[in-house]
Design a binder for this molecule. Structure first.
Ligand SMILES: [Zn+2]
Length: 301
């Protein structure tokens, strides 16, 4: 494998926050602003001719009049109470956003991936629940004309890998464990010597894709991280990938861009640094799916 750059987005709307839907979060997770910022993000990647991996919570891609077809799956999820309370109030804004899925053409530069069906935490549920989620995710995607090959676990918490493989997934994004939890994660944002991740050495079925790093979300305590520090940190990650043949994987959630101060501009600055290195032939930009395909071919040859 060559030095590689991947960028992945967790697209989830209210499903990703159903266990903590504060009035503030409710105000942010609205279909109109989410669609608009997502459109800008896809356009930005296109302007740099860089591929992105967009992993969707299946239920989030439904039209509001379709959810009854998946009622059994939605009823089984822990966030069902919040969802049905909003249904009773006719407040469906932020739960469904098929417009976002429609922004990513099937078979084009970008990858459509799965982020489960209702944002269920796979490390906390029995196999039957995981099976229900995966079967619904794949069936819905196929009815929409695409077939998911890579997976991003809700909250990056992996579980039931055997079921993932059985449903045709070749790979999933791994997880970084910080010794001091959120404080450790925040402290790492100041590390200007941050390293890229090594390529996998085991051909897993599915393959664990190096987890990479979150693009700082300038909000709350994270506002303390100056944008120049974040850009310098990412330059070091990219150059480390180039120098030591590693993977620089950047991930974020589109709704972060709505209330992260200047985060869109931050993403633009990082992608510009990526493009400079791609133009110099130093690093290859890939989707998760393409990366897994190439890595598995090399590991099994
Ligand atoms: Zn998520």
């Amino acid at each position: 494998m060559r030095p590689t750059f991947i960028i992945s987005f967790d697209c989830e709307g209210k499903w990703g926050h159903a266990d903590r839907l504060s009035p503030n979060i409710r105000g942010i997770l609205r279909t109109g602003p989410l669609s608009a910022i997502f459109h800008r993000s896809v356009s930005l990647l296109d302007s740099f001719e860089l591929p992105g991996t967009f992993s969707f919570v299946g239920a989030f891609t439904l039209h509001a009049d379709q959810y009854l077809s998946y009622i059994r799956v939605i009823r089984a999820t822990p966030c069902a109470d919040d969802f049905f309370a909003d249904v009773a109030r006719s407040e469906l804004d932020g739960w469904f956003c098929p417009e976002m899925l429609a922004e990513v053409p099937v078979g084009g530069r970008h990858e459509l991936a799965s982020h489960s069906f209702t944002h269920l935490q796979f490390d906390e549920v029995p196999a039957e629940a995981a099976e229900l989620e995966l079967a619904a995710s794949v069936a819905l995607a196929q009815s929409q004309g695409w077939s998911p090959k890579s997976f991003i676990f809700p909250k990056n918490r992996a579980g039931h890998l055997d079921l993932l493989a059985r449903h045709g997934f070749t790979s999933y994004r791994g997880r970084r464990n910080f010794t001091f939890g959120r404080a450790g994660s925040l402290a790492s944002e100041f590390n200007l010597l941050e390293r890229a991740d090594p390529h996998p050495t085991k051909a897993g079925a599915p393959l664990e894709i190096p987890c990479g790093h979150f693009l700082n979300w300038p909000h709350g305590l994270r506002l303390a991280v100056p944008p120049d520090v974040t850009v310098k940190r990412w330059c070091h990650i990219l150059d480390d990938a180039i120098r030591h043949n590693r993977v620089a994987h950047c991930w974020l959630q589109p709704h972060n861009l709505l209330n992260g101060r200047g985060q869109f501009e931050l993403m633009e600055r990082v992608l510009r640094e990526v493009r400079i290195r791609v133009d110099a032939g130093l690093i290859e930009p890939m989707t998760q799916e393409a990366y897994a395909r190439a890595a598995l071919a090399e590991l099994t040859s």
